[in-house]
Design a protein around this ligand. Structure first.
Ligand code: GTP
Ligand code: MG
Length: 270
């Protein structure tokens, strides 16, 4: 969502400037008090509509004729990939209604397999650890009767070594229908942007913001989603598996207006 930041010596002055520059079309998203006065972040109703459509945009399947839908989660260390994968596999609102097969490409982290195995056991979901692209055709044929295949990946910093990054070749061999970039909702915008570019070779299709429960207010969530500029199906807001998984677009749109738009608009024209 394109936004504009308009400054003034205080909030009323900045709001008057918003009214002067943008008139009726202005939607105030946020006000920030700064050392020099106030910054107001504004957008337009057309932009909000465009952003809502982007979030809900469904991604066409890349491969026809292959029954299981293949969904991969990628993202930095500790962003919540494995926990979210378990939520997606177990929640009736996501893929728990059907047969789910789990795959882990995380051969690096100690305890990674045990963590995901626990969830696989809870949901009676098959789980395989895949180390190399040559293993992919075999796994796909063993999982042919699944409705959905969920792939967990290791978290690594952008400075990961070539060896650590070899899981990416294995992931590409699966040709996922969807690849979700999993990021904590509290990340700074420049971190979100660098995560997006770090994973760009994996043809990201969605963003998936986690840990909304850990941020003091949700206003910034929409900015992170907008920065990523990807459709979003889910968000997570807690450690409870699978309950803390929710539909994304309404929550993100609500977050966009979390900072008292109504009050600000009244002030704008008052
Ligand atoms: N508060 C909160 N914690 C979460 C949420 N999602 C995951 N976590 C916690 O974040 C921690 C890391 O979660 P994981 O699922 O292991 O993260 P990961 O991305 O798989 O981590 P690596 O495999 O090390 O890259 C765990 O303690 C999770 O319980 C969430 O929505 N809210
Ligand atoms: Mg993990």
């Amino acid at each position: 969502m394109r936004t504009k930041t308009i400054s003034g010596v205080n909030v009323p002055a900045a709001l008057r400037e918003v009214g002067r520059l943008m008139g009726d079309d202005a939607l105030v998203l946020r006000t920030h008090h700064t050392g020099a006065g106030a910054d107001i972040v504004v957008t337009t109703s057309d932009e909000v509509f465009r952003f809502g459509s982007l979030l809900r945009n469904s991604v066409p399947r890349r491969k026809s004729g292959r029954r299981p839908r293949v969904i991969a989660l990628v993202g930095p260390t500790g962003s919540g990939k494995t926990t979210t994968l378990a939520k997606l596999g177990l929640s009736e609102h996501a893929f728990g209604w059907g047969r789910v097969g789990l795959i882990s490409l995380d051969t690096y982290k100690i305890g990674a397999l045990e963590q995901i195995q626990t969830y696989a056991d809870v949901g009676g979901m098959p789980l395989e650890l895949v180390r190399d692209p040559s293993e992919v055709p075999g796994v796909l044929s063993r999982y042919a009767n699944c409705d959905t295949i969920l792939i967990d990946t290791p978290g690594r910093t952008p400075r990961a070594t070539a060896t650590e990054r070899s899981w990416r070749d294995t992931l590409k061999a699966f040709e996922p229908d969807e690849t979700h970039l999993v990021l904590s909702a509290g990340v700074r915008l420049h971190v979100a942007e660098s995560a997006r570019s770090d994973y760009s070779d994996l043809a990201l299709t969605h963003s998936l913001l986690t840990k909304l429960d850990e941020i003091p207010n949700e206003a910034g969530v929409a900015e992170v989603a907008a920065q990523l500029g990807l459709p979003a199906n889910w968000i997570t807001d807690g450690q409870l598996v699978p309950d803390d998984l929710h539909e994304a677009s309404d929550r993100i749109m609500a977050a966009a207006f979390r900072s008292g738009v109504t009050d600000s608009r009244l002030e704008l024209y008052g």
